[in-house]
Design a protein around this ligand. Structure first.
Ligand SMILES: [Cu+2]
Length: 116
């Protein structure tokens, strides 16, 4: 009698451990911010406004046939050099806030990233 209860207890412990480990795995996957891509084409950033969780890495790709830059409005948070066709620039947003940016070659090109 003792041994049956004993094994039941051990089985319950092992099952609990499996549930805890797999649940933590799921939460870890949920918390990992998926990378986001923004394309630069035809003198515009697409999408022009995007909301992402903190920790998201955003990568811009210049798909236009002329150079563009990606520069935050404060000109310090992030600032790419002139991107040639198919060239990329990445920045990881760690702090929540609203980040407006533009192309310093064509200042009418503006867009925004909201980090939550
Ligand atoms: Cu430009």
């Amino acid at each position: 009698m003792k041994s049956r209860l004993h094994y039941l207890g051990i089985t319950a412990l092992i099952l609990s451990a499996i549930v805890i480990v797999s649940t933590q795995g799921l939460f870890a996957a949920d918390n990992a911010a998926a990378p986001v891509a923004i394309k630069i084409d035809n003198f515009s950033f697409t999408p022009q406004t995007i909301t992402v969780p903190a920790g998201t890495q955003v990568t811009w790709t210049n798909q236009d046939d002329i150079p563009h830059t990606v520069v935050s409005d404060d000109k310090t948070t992030f600032k790419s050099h002139a991107l040639d066709t198919d060239e990329k620039f990445s920045f990881t947003f760690t702090k929540p806030g609203t980040y407006e940016y533009f192309c310093s070659i064509h200042p009418k090109m503006t867009a925004k990233i909201v980090v939550q």
